[in-house]
Design a protein around this ligand. Structure first.
Ligand code: NAD
Length: 371
């Protein structure tokens, strides 16, 4: 009983956070208790790894998005997923033949959840097949690749969204609301600490060719993106310093830890840390003239905990990927606006900042940004 109540509470909170169009339903409870007959985004997942698995599970609770297809290089995984999620053979592809998805009218969008270096080519191929694309973060290895992906999607007239799940998280959105409505006053300072102790030295995340870098590409990007949505401005300069204690594990081009600082046009500054060698590093702090906001943990799968000068934030925990997929279905199917953008242009800004951080590390100089 308790788990059912929690499940419904989670769904209700998801919908509250989303302001999903109710399609004629009287209330949120109504939306989830009655059969839904509105449009549904039919999604194929590309890359059936650990995060793909999490997304697939979370999508089972969605009403507006449905897992209908699979793209993988491992036939045994396809078989298991087919029986688990009732996916027909005609909706299954591998990395060689997935361009054929263009002839499949039963798939609307592909969610690319593969190692970072593969995103660029895979997203462009999906766009050329005429399907909408959701791509995991980081969208690409650098801004040049990101720009090419945006252009390919524009040319193909398909939408490109990026898996920024925190953009739909209720406590995060409440702080953004407080900031927007002036309750915090002028923003002075942001701190973003993002990191974990990475294990297996042979994994793709520690391979420059597949990851495109190290902690910054994978986890530091949360502090970059978070600084932007918490402060509510785009940074105009960046400085950065790298620390490497284990060059054996973190080879050339794979950063272990990077500290970086931003300056914003309104005068706020940010101080951030990205690391593959510190556990439980998951904290955002925003200092403002009239108050403060704190999230810790700030970007994990949750529950996210938050408080401000007004007290604890009590919004119930939601499954981030369920909410994300409901909301993305709305963005793709009905052009619903996103409270915090999740499109390719938004991701390109993070990639431009990543390029600048690596340049600042290399040169030791302050790099000016124009986003
Ligand atoms: P993973 O290693 O668990 O899964 C990657 C999948 O890609 C595997 O199924 C693997 O077989 C497949 N793959 C295809 N070609 C490959 C190749 N050439 N080399 C290696 N694997 C190949 O990784 P993951 O943790 O699922 O991460 C995948 C993507 O999702 C990354 O871009 C990562 O940054 C992102 N991610 C996002 C979140 C989030 O919270 N938004 C969380 C975790 C991962």
């Amino acid at each position: 009983m308790d788990s059912r109540r929690n499940f419904l509470q989670t769904l209700s909170a998801s919908i509250l956070a989303l302001s999903i169009p109710q399609h004629g339903f009287a209330s949120i409870e109504d939306f989830y208790s009655k059969p839904y007959e509105g449009p549904v985004l039919r999604v194929a997942i590309m890359g059936l790894g650990s995060y793909g698995t999490r997304v697939a599970e979370a999508m089972q609770a969605c009403k507006m998005a449905k897992l209908v297809g699979l793209i993988s290089g491992t036939p045994s995984k396809i078989k298991n997923w087919q029986s688990k999620y009732n996916i027909p053979e005609k909706n299954c592809y591998n990395y060689e033949n997935f361009d054929l998805i263009k002839d499949n009218p039963d798939i609307d969008a592909v969610y690319v959840i593969t190692p970072n270096a593969l995103h660029h080519d895979q997203v462009i191929r999906v766009a050329k097949a005429g399907k909408h694309v959701i791509c995991e973060k980081p969208m690409a290895l650098n801004a040049k690749e990101g720009q090419e992906m945006i252009e390919a999607c524009r040319k193909a007239n398909v939408k490109l969204l990026v898996g920024y799940r925190m953009h739909f998280e209720p406590k995060t959105l409440e702080i953004i609301r407080m900031r927007k409505e002036g309750e915090l006053g002028k923003i002075m300072f942001f701190q973003g600490l993002c990191g974990f102790k990475i294990g297996d030295p042979t994994q793709w995340r520690l391979n420059k060719q597949l990851a495109g870098g190290g902690s910054l590409m994978d986890i530091g990007i949360y502090a970059i993106n978070g600084a932007r949505y918490m402060v509510g401005e785009e940074p105009v300069w960046v400085t950065a310093q790298e620390t490497k204690t284990n060059p054996e594990k973190f080879k050339e081009g794979v950063d272990e830890s990077i500290q970086f600082q931003f300056g914003f046009p309104g005068g706020a500054v940010a101080s951030c840390l990205s690391s593959y060698n510190m556990s439980n590093l998951d904290r955002f702090f925003l200092a403002a003239e009239k108050g403060f906001a704190e999230l810790q943990p700030s970007t994990g799968y949750g529950p996210i905990r938050g408080r401000t000068n007004k007290g604890e934030l009590n919004h119930p925990h939601v499954t981030h990927q369920t909410v994300q997929m409901e909301k993305m279905a709305g963005i793709i199917l009905t052009n619903e606006p996103a409270q915090v953008p999740v499109d390719g242009e938004e991701a390109l800004k993070d990639l431009k900042i990543i390029d600048a951080i690596y340049l600042a590390v290399k040169t030791g100089k302050k790099i000016n940004l124009k986003l």
